[in-house]
Design a protein around this ligand. Structure first.
Ligand SMILES: Cc1cc2nc3c(=O)[nH]c(=O)nc-3n(C[C@H](O)[C@H](O)[C@H](O)COP(=O)(O)O)c2cc1C
Length: 315
């Protein structure tokens, strides 16, 4: 099997031919890259596991475990289930019953604690409701717990509520739900200006505070460009805010783009000199002046690593 292919399992538990839940799920699927396998639970006619089915499982019958094996092999999972009777349609429960198979989707460890065997890291659960979703733990909460047992710990829910209430603007509710889905997948992009400040053969590095993203990693002083600023203005403002110094940029040392999982950073590193003030730690945990030979003794933010390699060799 080609394990590099992104194999997306779309569990379609929408009873209606024209379904608002399926519409939202399709929107979500449009953001995922890969091969989509749609499992239409109403056309599959999956039945509750009876005594005979359980005995077949125990004998390792391949046919009876096909849904479990399909789920275990999927890289991405999208479940579309309308809000019915305070939870979801029974067709979904029957599928979950047929996929909860020891040795396929989960296993019991030596201490009796279940451990997941599924490949996917995350599951998307899409639902729509005529009224309000009362208590999510009745329906999706159970699905979330079961998937966690299968080893799939990230659970993302998207819903549209109050669709059937008298006077409801159905299209508005649906579009807002679609916008929330689009927003989830839109990766933010920021421009960052950073300062390479020299003092003879040493340059300044700053350690991020522990409670921030990439906490305690080292970086150059600087930060995100705000609306209406040039990058040089950003650099001057950020150095004032972070270090209480005035700097003068003297040229671009390097510029690159780094993709973090949640954000794309366009980074421009300026050579800069301090024209006023002594650096203070207004935002950072620590500040150090280091030589090129000391670079390997510090752990830097991933976006800076390429630049530090260049600094090491650039003499
Ligand atoms: C059998 C059935 C049970 C339903 N139960 C509820 C419910 O308990 N609470 C609620 O707010 N809406 C309930 N509804 C309304 C659906 O949640 C709503 O119409 C939903 O948008 C249907 O999704 P669909 O357009 O994908 O079929 C129920 C609808 C049906 C057909």
């Amino acid at each position: 099997m080609d394990t590099t292919l992104n194999n997306i399992l779309f569990v379609d538990c929408c009873a209606r031919r024209v379904s608002r839940t399926r519409r939202l799920a399709r929107r979500l699927l449009s953001h995922l890259d890969g091969d989509i396998t749609r499992l239409g639970l109403y056309s599959e006619n999956i039945k509750p596991a009876d005594e005979n089915d359980i005995a077949r499982r125990d004998k390792g019958d391949e046919e009876i475990t096909k849904y479990a094996r399909q789920l275990a092999a999927a890289n991405e999972i999208v479940i579309a289930a309308p809000y019915w009777d305070l939870s979801f349609p029974s067709a979904l429960k029957v599928w979950l019953e047929q996929t909860s198979v020891v040795g396929v989707t989960f296993a019991y460890g030596e201490n009796g604690v279940p451990a997941g065997l599924c490949r996917a890291k995350r599951v998307f659960y899409v639902t729509t409701a005529g009224g309000r979703i009362f208590d999510a733990s009745y329906g999706e909460g159970y699905v979330k717990a079961l998937f966690s047992m299968f080893g799939i710990n990230e659970f993302y829910e998207f819903s549209a509520e109050n669709l059937d209430i008298y006077g409801a603007d159905e299209e508005k509710i649906m579009s807002e739900a679609e916008e929330r889905i689009d927003g989830f997948f839109a990766k933010k992009r920021v421009s960052v200006a950073a300062a390479l400040i020299w003092d003879n053969d040493r340059f300044m590095i700053c350690q991020r505070p522990e409670n921030k993203k990439r906490g305690l990693l080292w970086e150059f002083a600087g930060g995100k460009r705000e609306a209406g600023e040039t990058l040089e203005e950003t650099l001057v403002r950020e150095c004032r805010e972070e270090l209480n110094v005035t700097v003068r940029p003297t040229g671009v040392y390097a510029s690159l783009t780094h993709e973090y999982p949640d954000i794309t950073v366009d980074l421009t590193l300026y050579n800069a000199v301090i024209t006023e003030g002594v650096p203070q730690m207004l935002e950072h945990n620590d500040i150090k002046w280091i030589t090129r030979d000391q670079i390997d003794g510090f752990e830097f933010c991933p976006a800076d690593k390429e630049i530090l390699e260049r600094l090491k060799n650039d003499r």
